[in-house]
Design a protein around this ligand. Sequence first.
Ligand code: 2P0
Length: 330
Amino acid sequence: MLNKESKWVRAYTNIAFIKYWGKKDETFILPQNNSLSLTLDAFYTETKVTFDSELKADVLWLDHVEQDEKALKKAQVILDIVRQKAGLEDCAKIESINHVPTAAGLASSASGLAALAGAASLAAGLDLSKTELSRLARRGSGSASRSIYGGFAEWQQGTSDADSFAVPIDDADWDIGMIFIIVEDAQKEISSTEGMRRVVETSPYYEGWLASTATDLAAIKTAIAEQDLAQVGEISERSALKMHALNLSAHPPFNYWTPETIKAMQKVEDLRAQGYPVYLTMDAGPNVKLICKASQMEELKNILLQDYHADQLVLAKPGPGLQVLEDEQE
Ligand code: 2P0
């Protein structure tokens, strides 16, 4: 047991290069396949937890606004595990600030739940290893398991709660970056949880997804070790497009794209035709992310400014893992 410390903890978001798209167990959030992501420096969440015997219920303040019970639900899964581990009964106040460079509404459950796992365990006096933090973050949101680490991390699916966690793969201290093209900031209509469920239950292609993802994962780990951007990009693009193909093949079918998504996808092809090593990835929403050389991001941004406003373009480099901040925030 450490002292109980209410400190701000920062976690950066991550974007998957090999996607997590399906659960084996919804309660413990055990995935159907291993996934692999890059933690990025452009988006992060800072969170502080205070356990307080005076409180009558858990409360969550996000960006200085008190949230309703629905927003608290994922957070309470983590709080309850921490309380049980620490033998605590007090309710908690969670204060959380999302740092997003534009008004793009890109709040991320990955950074949010990873920061909460760090802050809640610290506030309860638990001294958790990174592996334990990754397992704890996973219970809030699968992708959060990967944001414990900087650079490339792989979430190993494991067989149970005990062995499903992320491990660091590479610090990504080489020439790789990401450009976010924000085509829309609206909330998605079909949550990741619902989308994954529908795909696992109904897509006739799901077995193909699982078999080919194992191949993609092995290939991308080799490409990362060789710092081979073209291979990393090609494999990532393939993984993202297959994930979106699963959605189209579900019953009933769904997709996250808008006409602007397709235009941005076309733009990536145009840039590639011009000789730039640029590859796309997309998640459970309409925005398109470009995997590219960090050293070419400014040049690429200048080209993209012909079609997009500056506030639609966010440049990101590899980011660090979970950090405990020593200074009082805000
Ligand atoms: C990923 N996504 O690997 C995939 C690709 C979105 C597309 O993980 O249900 O918030 O809380 O475990 O982690 C987003 O879903 O889902 C996600 P839950 P999560 O990044």
